[in-house]
Design a protein around this ligand. Structure first.
Ligand code: GTA
Length: 193
């Protein structure tokens, strides 16, 4: 083959390599720019913007969002181990029910492995949901709890789309709203509006 179509094969190979190197370069430059590392800004980060950006650039922790409430630590371990050796997984919990509420933190030993998790695992379908892997400034005790007013994640209180994984409990204090609250899936605050 190479003797007959040698030139066309080598041109194709070169084009492939060019695509690969453009991709590699753009990924590398993306990961050097702290502003492009994550769109999320943690309002509870205990430092300056500069310190936050430095933490994002060096941390070995990633945040996983849009998870099913039924995904287990074992499943997460199996998936995220593909990017590298894992130091610890911390499940995100509803602060009232103490049950998983759709996020977690994965701590790697190496920065390269954390970058690979963001590059290659983000968007993977896990328990029928496309998970989002984001750089994180680093886990601290207390960050495992949902910060929403009802105990879970803030975003779940504002969602306007139907999410079959979200179970909405009845509001026993306000009986007149019970009919709205028995059907789960839409953001709780949105339902109240
Ligand atoms: N690294 O993207 C993230 C991320 N998120 C969304 C949460 N955490 C994240 N970490 C990284 N990247 O430790 C971390 C938090 C905390 C834990 C639980 O997960 O640092 P939380 O989701 O319950 O609370 O956090 P948080 O993050 O303080 O809430 P925030 O920033 O207000 O809102 C989260 C999302 O909810 C927003 O991105 C937005 O999509 C949605 N949202 C918030 N307010 C509104 C609103 N008024 N209207 C519409 N949508 C809203």
């Amino acid at each position: 083959l190479s003797s007959i179509n040698g030139r066309s094969i080598s041109v194709k190979l070169l084009n492939c390599l060019k695509c690969f190197s453009v991709e590699t370069v753009s990924m590398a430059s993306l990961f050097k720019d702290p502003m492009k590392l994550s769109a999320y800004r943690d309002r509870r980060f205990p430092g300056s913007q500069e310190e936050f950006e430095h933490a994002l650039q060096t941390s070995t922790t990633v945040y996983i969002g849009n998870m099913s409430f039924y995904t287990t630590e074992e499943q997460l371990y199996e998936l995220f181990f593909r990017a590298g050796e894992i130091k610890k997984i911390i499940m995100g919990l509803d602060k009232n029910t103490k049950t998983p509420c759709g996020f977690c933190f994965v701590i790697y030993y190496s920065r390269d492995d954390a970058e690979d998790a963001v590059k290659y695992i983000s968007g993977t379908i896990l328990d029928d949901r496309p998970i989002r892997v984001d750089f994180d400034w680093g886990f601290q005790e207390g960050r495992q709890w949902g910060r929403g007013r009802s105990g879970g994640q803030v975003r779940d209180e504002y969602r306007t789309d139907y999410d079959p994984d979200i179970l909405v409990e009845m509001d026993v204090k306000n009986l007149s709203l019970i009919l709205i609250f028995v059907t789960g899936g839409y953001g709780k605050l949105v339902q109240r509006e």
